[in-house]
Design a protein around this ligand. Structure first.
Ligand SMILES: [Fe+2]
Length: 187
């Protein structure tokens, strides 16, 4: 069901992400990438034998890797629930995590660290407002390191000014396709 606005009252302002969580194949291998290569400290490695708040038995580990701003990237290692398709590389450009560095030199350092670790730098793109390099972590998750180019603020302000026109044009362009999909997949 499509979400509807529930209240005219303004929603509280979300401060920032605290963590985003993903499934990992192996805690140790995941640590080698996220701590060893990406430089994020493994701040917690919590081992559980049942699902919180229930009696359901499940062995799992919850890992938290810390970024410079105190936020985390988290993983779950569930050894009894591993299926190869869960760790396949997905279509990267529609599903990835982007991390910001302060300088272009640091972006290049990350690209080098990935290559030195035997990983592929899958793209190095100048998006005109940010430059981005991409790779994949051991769990098939695309990772982006970005550096804000000097025109970042100006270009983003222009994009903000264009939001309503752009949304209207997109909705009109794709309406027939979306309607056809909804009709075909109606419950
Ligand atoms: Fe991105």
């Amino acid at each position: 069901m499509s979400p509807q606005a529930t209240s005219k009252q303004q929603a509280p302002k979300i401060l920032h992400t605290h963590h985003s969580a993903y499934r990992c194949f192996d805690a140790e291998e995941t640590r080698r990438f996220w701590e060893g290569i990406m430089g994020m400290e493994l701040a917690a490695a919590l081992s559980f034998d049942h699902i919180s708040g229930t009696d359901e038995k499940l062995d799992y580990m919850h890992l938290f890797f810390k970024m410079g701003d105190g936020n985390f990237v988290a993983f779950f290692d569930l050894p009894d629930h591993m299926r190869p398709e869960l760790f396949k590389i997905r279509s990267g450009f529609v599903r990835h995590i982007a991390f910001e560095v302060a300088t272009e030199a640091e972006l290049e350092t990350f690209a080098k660290r990935w290559r030195d670790a035997g990983l592929q730098v899958t793209s190095d793109l100048d998006h005109s407002f940010v430059r981005s390099v991409y790779t994949f972590d051991p769990n098939g998750i695309q990772v982006e390191i970005l550096w804000k180019e000097p025109k970042y603020g100006e270009i983003l302000a222009g994009a903000k000014g264009d939001v309503d026109r752009s949304m209207k044009a997109w909705n009109e362009k794709t309406k027939a396709r979306k309607d056809a999909y909804r009709k075909a997949h109606a419950a």
